[in-house]
Design a protein around this ligand. Structure first.
Ligand code: PLP
Length: 369
């Protein structure tokens, strides 16, 4: 018996006909770069998120970097970011030329601790970059209130949050802009790399369109930094097929997550927070355990795939420590990284498989005499 952490082939087998037809359409038109599927996906995704504009780019990382650049955030500026996230969140700030200022995470939600944001605001602070980690929205109203008070921009890292809702509103429509990733394992994944910015700001949308395409607002006039961060038409065509199924997949992820929560309720592991007003989309189903490493080995021996997202908080990554000992700065994030474990989660996972995983976790806790 084998239960992988994630499995991508079933989804593509189920959609084989539709995806093949979409690919063939691009081949027949030959509009490989910024073709009609890119603009149609942009319209459909903006609509899905409840945002006015969407701009297709080549990755989640560039979606975040270009969002910051579109609001003139760069050299000499500071951007507030949680210490517990994927490194790309902070890297986007660094690549835009600004400095990431880390904040510890909330012990219950594992998202940025909004009570600790105001203490790190300085005259150089220009933006807050909250992450909807694992698919659970950050506390956006509090973040937007702080941003308003201090005149800061808010860029959402929605790379794990496609379709998640905060007080009834989809992520990607809450801040000044949001960055999404279509990395294949994400809740809406391409068959390669891809990303998207959503925004309600017409000027930012126009700047990002120029930034992704060699800095051109007008053809052959390279006014802005001449990057190439375009989304290609083949990926867009595939994503348009998959977007139609996203809500169904989210419903499946939520059903499986709530089953895990129920089955693990009396175990000694901590299950993810399900909070009123927050619709978690379970990009990852992450538990906490004091015996994380032993539990991971035990599950591996029993054919169950797991992973750690992420074993090291960003402020302790070598790229950011520059050789200095920075440990102890953000104790909650550091603790979480020692205890978290991602369990198998994907829409095609069965309830029986979830039951098997939960049973093994409970078996492992019962001392074998
Ligand atoms: C995946 C991810 C990114 C980066 O997306 P890419 O498409 O891989 O560049 C950024 N932030 C978070 C939280 C992510 O999960």
């Amino acid at each position: 018996m084998n239960i992988p952490l994630i499995e991508l082939t079933t989804q593509h087998q189920n959609l084989r006909g539709e995806i093949n037809a979409a690919i063939q359409g691009v081949l027949d038109r030959g509009d490989f770069i910024l073709g009609q599927d890119v603009s149609k996906l942009e319209e459909e995704f903006a609509d899905y998120c409840g945002a006015k504009y969407a701009i297709g780019v080549d990755s989640g990382l560039s979606a975040l970097e270009l969002s910051l650049r579109a609001f003139n955030i760069g050299t000499g500026h500071e951007v507030i970011v949680p210490a517990h996230t994927f490194t790309a969140t902070a890297a986007a700030i660094t690549f835009a030329g600004a400095t990431p200022v880390f904040v510890d995470v909330d012990p219950e939600t594992w998202n940025i601790d909004v009570r600790k944001i105001e203490a790190v605001i300085t005259p150089r602070t220009k933006a807050i970059l909250p992450v909807h980690l694992y698919g659970l929205p950050a506390d956006m109203h509090t973040i937007l209130d702080i941003a308003k008070k201090h005149k800061l921009i808010v860029v959402e890292d929605a790379c794990q949050g496609h379709g998640a809702k905060y007080k009834g509103q989809r992520v990607g429509s809450l801040g000044n802009a949001a960055g999404f990733s279509f990395y294949p394992t994400k809740n809406l994944g391409a068959c390669g790399d891809g990303g998207m910015v959503t925004t309600n700001d017409a000027k930012a949308a126009e700047t990002i369109r120029a930034l992704r395409n060699c800095g051109q607002r007008v053809k052959n006039v390279h006014e802005l930094p001449p990057f190439n961060h375009r989304l290609d038409s083949l990926q867009a065509a595939i994503l348009r097929v998959k977007l139609k199924y996203l809500d169904e997949w989210i419903a499946s992820r939520r059903r499986l997550a709530l089953l895990y929560n129920k089955l693990l309720a009396d175990s000694n592991v901590i299950t993810p927070a399900e909070l009123p007003g927050y619709q978690h989309v379970y990009h990852l189903y992450v538990i906490r355990s004091k015996n994380r490493n032993a539990l991971q080995s035990y599950l591996k021996e029993h054919g169950i795939g797991t992973a750690i997202h992420y074993p090291t908080p960003v402020h302790l990554q070598p790229f950011y420590t520059k050789g200095e000992d920075k440990s102890g700065q953000f104790p909650i994030a550091e603790n979480i990284c020692n205890e978290i474990l991602s369990l198998p989660m994907y829409p095609e996972l069965t309830e029986e498989q979830v039951e098997t995983v939960a049973t093994e976790i409970i078996n492992m806790m019962v001392p074998v005499s």
